[in-house]
Write a protein that binds this ligand. Structure first.
Ligand SMILES: Cc1cc2nc3c(=O)[nH]c(=O)nc-3n(C[C@H](O)[C@H](O)[C@H](O)COP(=O)(O)OP(=O)(O)OC[C@H]3O[C@@H](n4cnc5c(N)ncnc54)[C@H](O)[C@@H]3O)c2cc1C
Length: 348
């Protein structure tokens, strides 16, 4: 295997930095994610074992919102369909077990005991470490400048070499359309922010699950304090987040416009936290028009395997996505149903 990355491994210029990502198997995004996330969990455990490092820290997970709201209805349906262990918490149970969250009358919780926090930089480093040990050739000095699908293979160009291969996997995140401009992917700036409060111990993973909340205008997500930096919070889909033309336009620090919606969420959702971030980092997501991933080969270029458009919810699946794209590239198929992720679905 030959691999190229534009920057050093586990860098902070793309979408996979900041020390933590939610891992949950409650796939309110849709049941078509159930087989991917189930396999992802097995592969994260395998990677932990083989690399000898902890990647997934248990914390449990919560979806919070009104009983008849989309989040709760979809979370229950998909958890049941996927055979995911979960528990419906009535409003008084939610308030008693997780008093850190602001009480909003009528809100229930779907609690998933097996959810937790993935460390993205550690996961990427572990995966590249094993790949390199197995003989993969990794280039980090220069990115790919062009990919040309040909009849019997693919020609890949960087600034200083030309490589030919039987097939190529393209997983270039927010840079996707640099190499494949035909896909309707858009880039949204979305920042990472950490908050603290008086009783910091109540926000550690043993007492504070990862969560998604959609309680009308109080909508956002959060990750417990896994590393002493504080609770990581983000604003949900109702918050204004700027669209950018290219990743290079994201290369500026977090500013007041980024902070305000997240600080507002913190103020409304956590009476015990100070709504001023103690730390913040810019990040971004590559988004598809329907929010589903792009996973597979376009009919017009069967030698290319595309893995992109992760639309803000991709990291938890990354171990399985790696296996899927390897199977597609080497064997031409995957045991996981991929119809919903076809790159050709955007063609009219
Ligand atoms: C604020 C925020 C919070 C999130 N929270 C969660 C969460 O809790 N749980 C979850 O599951 N997901 C979450 N996500 C989404 C998840 O982080 C992303 O879906 C995932 O990390 C995307 O990975 P990627 O590999 O597509 O992109 P990236 O990690 O950006 O990787 C793309 C790589 O391609 C390389 N590259 C680009 N162009 C070239 C080129 N021409 N040649 C060679 N290499 C190139 C880049 O250097 C980069 O390393 C979140 C995202 C954000 C922004």
């Amino acid at each position: 295997m030959w691999a190229s990355s534009r920057y050093a491994i586990a860098h902070d210029k793309g979408s996979s930095h900041g020390g933590s990502r939610i891992f949950r198997r409650t796939m309110f995004e849709g049941e078509h994610y159930n087989p991917i996330v189930a396999r992802a969990e097995e592969l994260w455990r395998k990677l932990e074992k083989e690399a000898g490092t902890r990647l997934l820290q248990p914390s449990g997970g919560l979806c919070i919102g009104p009983r008849d709201g989309e989040l709760i209805v979809d979370a229950l349906r998909c958890a049941e369909a996927g055979g995911v262990e979960h528990e419906l918490l009535e409003p008084d149970q939610l308030a008693a077990r997780f008093p850190q969250h602001a009480h909003i009358p009528g809100d229930v919780g779907v609690y998933e005991p097996g959810a937790g926090v993935l460390n993205p930089e550690a996961a990427i480093t572990a995966a590249f470490g094993l790949a390199t040990a197995a003989g993969a050739q990794l280039r980090t000095a220069s990115g790919v400048t062009a990919i040309h699908p040909e009849e019997t293979g693919v020609r890949i160009e960087t600034a200083d070499e030309v490589v030919t291969a039987r097939s190529a996997i393209v997983a270039t995140g927010a840079w996707f359309t640099d190499l494949l401009p035909d896909l309707p992917l858009r880039i949204q700036r979305s920042s990472l922010m950490w908050f603290t409060g008086a009783d910091r111990a109540t926000y550690r993973p043993d007492r504070f699950p990862v969560f998604i909340r959609e309680s009308g205008p109080v909508d956002g997500w959060g990750i417990p304090d896994v590393d002493g930096r504080g609770v990581k919070l983000g604003a949900g889909p109702s918050a204004p987040k700027p669209w950018i033309d290219h990743p290079r336009d994201n290369d500026h620090p977090v500013d007041e416009k980024d902070v305000e919606p997240v600080a507002g969420f913190c103020r409304a959702a956590f009476p015990g936290l100070t709504p001023t971030p103690v730390d913040a980092r810019a990040c971004m997501n590559s988004k598809t028009p329907d929010g589903d991933f792009v996973l597979g080969s376009p009919e017009a270029a069967p030698r290319l395997v595309l893995a992109g458009g992760f639309s803000g919810h991709g990291f938890k699946h990354a171990s399985a996505v790696g296996e899927i794209v390897a199977d597609l590239a080497l064997a031409g198929g995957s045991s996981i149903p991929l119809e919903r992720f076809s790159p050709d679905r955007f063609r009219s």
